[in-house]
Design a binder for this molecule. Structure first.
Ligand SMILES: Cc1ncc(C[n+]2csc(CCOP(=O)(O)OP(=O)(O)O)c2C)c(N)n1
Ligand SMILES: [Mg+2]
Length: 376
């Protein structure tokens, strides 16, 4: 119940954690061969730690602490591989499920929590160097591809790519989903990216579902072929294989930075959880399908690979402890956040006081107070 492999699929690690490259993976093997033990372990650690955070955030939503949570469960390898291939000078445009990506670029996960608790419209300051050039989450499907392409055009105009200086040339990576790939915004941004030769990687996480709509309904052709239609070199990669995801992203980003123009990657993965905590996937997909994809779990696959390479129990225990610490820390900080005064909804609408709005604010204040203990 997993889709049959496309002949163009790049995969290096089997679901059992053995190295068995597909034909399309050959050109990426030197990148993978060059990875040392510490980097491989870091990939595993990244995935396991953020999964613990993601599960904690899901729990916090269930306990009434957050308005909503979009889980990243199952998409860790696609995200870790691609973001670990970026350089500090690159620019990242996420959608709304890139908790792994944002954390690795330096965004404090509590900023995503604040967003999903309704305490901030933005979340973090993209201009603050500690956030690693990470733009804000974008919930308007596909809009971030336009932002990324516009930014990429700016990099071209300013001569900030294609100079041959690998330490200074910059690239853009933009994340979006299989559903978003049907938006006009994405197609327009690909047209402009190709025309202006933007230093940009379109990173599509095909997690098989756009809420309740399966990818087969969105497209009769594999999604990576959409990039080809615009003359953008496009690769399909097993998004649950962190090694393949890393290698494909690394070469695409290098090419973009060096002046080779936009590149597209379709990472084939699976949203193992609900679309968001407001969704019930049992209404539209089978437990057989979920079980089939569970056997392709990206973290279990990488763990098996590390075990084959001789990693010991100490490594896994250490990662587990760190994951528990991060999750616990987020929980503690979430419970300390408190609420938001409802006044801000009214205070920032106009720069000058407005009579009708003042009336509404007073009415709402009284309504809220009616829930206070002892209220009549
Ligand atoms: C322009 C727009 N249309 C509709 C929606 C409602 N919506 C939110 S998420 C979603 C599905 C997105 O699916 P996909 O792009 O595959 O991303 P995923 O959630 O699977 O990561 C839809 C239709 C929206 N946020 N923006
Ligand atoms: Mg999707």
């Amino acid at each position: 119940m997993t889709p049959p492999d496309d002949p163009a699929l790049v995969r290096v690690l089997t679901a059992e954690g053995r190295i068995a490259p597909t034909a399309a993976a050959e050109r990426y093997l030197p990148v993978i061969d060059a990875l040392d033990d510490a980097t491989l372990e870091q990939f595993y650690r990244d995935m396991a730690v953020i999964r613990a955070f993601d599960q904690q955030a899901t729990n916090l939503q269930r306990q009434g602490q957050l308005a909503l949570w979009p889980p990243s469960l199952g998409q860790e390898a696609a995200q870790v591989g691609s973001v670990r291939a970026t350089r500090p000078q690159d620019h990242v445009f996420p959608s709304y499920r890139e908790h792994v990506v944002t954390r690795i670029r330096g965004v404090d996960p509590i900023d995503i929590i604040r967003l999903m608790r309704g305490l901030t419209h933005g979340g973090w300051d993209p201009a603050d160097p500690k956030n690693g050039n990470t733009r804000l989450y974008t919930l308007v499907l596909g809009a971030q591809t336009l932002h990324a392409t516009g930014f990429g055009m700016g990099l071209v105009f300013d001569g900030r790519c294609g100079t041959g200086d690998v330490d200074r040339d910059e690239a853009v990576i933009v994340y979006y989903g299989d559903g978003a790939s049907s938006q006009g915004d994405v197609h327009e941004s690909m047209v402009f990216a190709a025309s202006y030769n933007t230093p940009e990687v379109f990173f599509l996480q095909n997690n098989q579902w756009a809420i309740s709509v399966p990818v087969a309904t969105q497209s009769k052709a594999p999604l990576y072929k959409r990039g080809e239609g615009y003359g953008i070199p496009s690769v399909q990669v097993d998004g649950n294989d962190v090694l393949a995801s890393y290698a494909v992203s690394l070469l695409a980003l290098d090419e973009a930075r060096a002046g080779g123009g936009p590149q597209a990657i379709e990472a084939v993965t699976y949203r193992m959880g609900a679309h968001t905590t407001s969704d019930d996937p049992t209404k539209y997909r089978t437990s057989d399908e979920e079980a089939a994809w569970k056997r392709r779990d990206p973290i279990a696959r990488m763990r098996a690979y590390l075990e084959h390479r001789g990693a010991g129990e100490a490594l896994f225990a250490d990662v587990e402890a760190e994951a528990a610490d991060v999750a616990e820390d987020v929980r503690r900080r979430t419970l300390e956040l408190g609420g938001l005064s409802t006044d801000v909804m009214f205070d920032h609408v106009y720069s000058e006081p407005d009579a009708l709005l003042q009336q509404e604010k007073a009415w709402f204040g009284a309504y809220e107070a009616s829930f206070d203990e002892g209220a009549p």
